[in-house]
Every structure is written in structure tokens, then in C-alpha cells.
Design a protein around this ligand. Structure first.
Ligand code: SF4
Length: 322
């Protein structure tokens, strides 16, 4: 069974200049054990999609259209209290800054034990054993001793490992990881990505990995959904999208991945800026920046066409080859 499906999701924010849609008509699905990357520039709507899935849209933002179904059960209509229970037990979360996920006045052990006890109803001694085991699994040295220390006693990379343990210790089926490596040193980023990938394989948890970095997607994800101006513009298997991107925006993102070569390259950038939600042009929102734009592009919005496995929203590609 599909683990999660998001269907025609629109998140709206009322404002002084009228209501704007942060994301529009976003549809995606994820299978058990799959890592789905969501990539795009800042403001494209990828974090908003993640926030909607875990029920953490900041009011007055709200789901204006569509639905979110987890393991056959609709969750976008749940109360905040019901969503709080679903978060943690069925959906874990990893955010960019580990300090936002960790309580500075509680030991790492207390936080893990509380989460395990809340969701798995285990006696404290057993929960503590599990917590030590999770610290070991995420690569914390001497976990029997470190379990009784505080978050500030850890480095940034080690703290993010603890956050990963916290997100997984209640054995959720799905984890939303929003820019999990962005706040970390470059040398640590690769280790955290490798850890996330290994744990996803070992536990069978599915991961929605939100990132602005196509390089992280290339290293980690099975499938990728590319977002631009609140919409998904391309989705497909990572290898296919990386080798042969179908959307001009994806091509631009690909060109900005650093490559190891004989000489340092100046990375090509996509010229221009993504339009703000209240200033999206009619037709294709990428048209002002697109090297391939045609007359139809500024008149008619391209819809996402294809299958769940491979689809693109671009007038250049009426159909994605199978
Ligand atoms: Fe470019 Fe037109 Fe495709 Fe938009 S629809 S990405 S403007 S070719």
C-alpha cells in the first residue's frame, strides 16, 4: 500500500494584498522505505509541503484544498491533539537546526526515553536500553555515558545525530527531514547523509527529504520532486532526472551541482529570481527565466503530465517518454 499520498494540496495565506497560495495543487506519493527528495530554491514551497504533511502550518496559513492520506487514513482533517500524537509515533521530523528539536534543559537520554515511553509504552529501564541502542546506531561514541549529558555538550554534527535518533526511536513509518544538513560543516554533511540513508535502509522508514541542494538528492534519494513557485514541475527516479532532466528549471539546478574536475569551475546560475507568491505571472511561473520559453508559455499554465513515476509540467514536453 502507498504509505503517504498528497493529493492536489493547496496551502493558502490570507494577507493584506489578498490570499496567496504558498503551494498549489501539489500531488505526490511515497512508498514504504522510499526516500523522496523535494528540491527547489528557497520559497519554492518544499518546506511548506513538509509542514503540511506533519500538521505544522503556521496560522493564518491553512490547507485550502486537497487531502493528505497516511496508510489509508486521511490526516489533514485531524485535530491538533490528534496530529501531535501522529507526529512522533507515525511521522518523525528532522529540522535544519538541531537546537530547535532538542530541549536544552533535559539530558539527551531523558528526551529519548520520554519519546520512547510516550509512543511505545515501555517501562523506563527498557526505554533507557533502547535509547542507548539508538545513540549507538546513530554513531554516538560511548553511548552508555553520553546518554546522561546535555545537548550543549555535543558538536553540531553529533546533535543532529541525536535528533535523528529522536525522530526514529518511536519507530515511525515516515520521516520528514527538512534541510537536515544545511546548518552543518561541509565535512559533516556527507556523514549525516550517509547515516540517514543507512538508517532508512535498515529500518524501512520512508523519508521525505527537503533540500535546496541537488547534490544531496543525488547522494540520498530514490525519487525526486522538483518544486518551483509553489508547484511540482518535475518528478522522477533520481537517476533518470539527473541524467536527463525534462524541465528547463531542473536543467538549471543540475548545472549548479559542483563537479570534481581538473580546474575549479564557475558554477552557472539560473538568471533572475523566483517570483513571490503574490507576483506569479500567468502561464508558466518559470517563463521569465526560461531559455526555452515560447509564446504559449506566458499564456497557458503547463500542468504536471505523466505518471507518478515520471511527470513534468512544461509545454516543451507534452509527454515524458516511458
Ligand atoms: Fe520554459 Fe515554457 Fe517549459 Fe515554462 S512551459 S519551463 S517557459 S518551455
Amino acid at each position: 500500500m502507498t504509505l503517504l499520498s498528497v493529493e492536489n494540496l493547496t496551502v493558502a495565506f490570507p494577507g493584506r494584498r489578498g490570499t496567496v497560495n504558498a503551494i498549489e495543487d501539489v500531488s505526490l506519493s511515497i512508498e514504504p522505505g522510499e526516500i523522496l527528495g523535494m528540491v527547489g530554491e528557497s520559497g519554492a514551497g518544499k518546506s511548506m509541503t513538509g509542514a503540511a504533511i506533519i500538521g505544522l502550518i503556521e496560522p493564518p496559513g491553512h490547507i485550502a484544498k486537497g487531502r493528505i492520506v497516511l496508510e489509508g487514513e486521511r490526516i489533514d482533517t485531524k485535530s491538533p491533539e490528534q496530529m501531535r500524537r501522529i507526529r512522533g509515533r507515525r511521522i518523525g521530523a528532522i529540522f535544519q537546526d538541531p537546537l530547535t528539536s532538542l530541549n536544552p534543559v533535559l539530558t539527551v537520554g531523558d528526551q529519548l526515553i520520554e519519546t520512547i515511553q510516550t509512543h511505545l509504552k515501555l517501562p523506563r529501564a527498557e526505554a533507557r536500553e533502547r535509547a542507548i541502542d539508538w545513540l549507538r546506531r546513530v554513531g554516538i561514541p560511548a553511548p552508555e555515558a553520553r546518554i546522561d549529558t546535555y545537548p550543549h555538550q555535543y558538536s553540531g554534527g553529533m546533535r543532529q545525530r541525536v535528533v535523528i535518533a529522536l525522530a526514529l526511536c518511536a519507530e515511525p513509518r515516515l520521516v520528514i527531514a527538512d534541510e537536515p544538513t544545511t546548518a552543518l560543516d561541509v565535512s559533516v554533511q556527507a556523514q549525516i547523509i550517509a547515516l540517514l540513508r543507512r538508517l532508512a535502509r535498515e529500518t524501512g522508514v520512508a523519508v521525505v527529504l527537503v533540500t535546496h541542494d541537488m547534490g544531496v538528492i543525488a547522494e540520498t534519494a530514490d525519487r525526486v520532486a522538483v518544486m518551483y513557485a509553489g508547484r511540482i514541475v518535475e518528478v522522477g527516479a533520481v537517476a533518470d532526472v539527473l541524467n536527463a532532466p525534462n524541465h528547463p528549471y531542473t536543467e538549471g539546478l543540475m548545472a549548479s551541482i559542483p563537479r570534481i574536475g581538473p580546474r575549479p569551475e564557475i558554477l552557472p546560475q539560473i538568471e533572475g529570481a523566483m517570483p513571490r507568491p503574490h507576483a506569479r505571472p500567468p502561464g508558466c511561473a518559470f517563463a521569465p527565466r526560461c531559455p526555452n520559453r515560447m509564446d504559449v508559455c506566458s499564456e497557458q499554465r503547463p500542468e504536471l503530465e505523466g505518471s507518478a513515476a515520471a511527470a513534468v509540467a512544461c509545454h516543451l514536453k507534452a509527454e515524458v517518454p516511458a
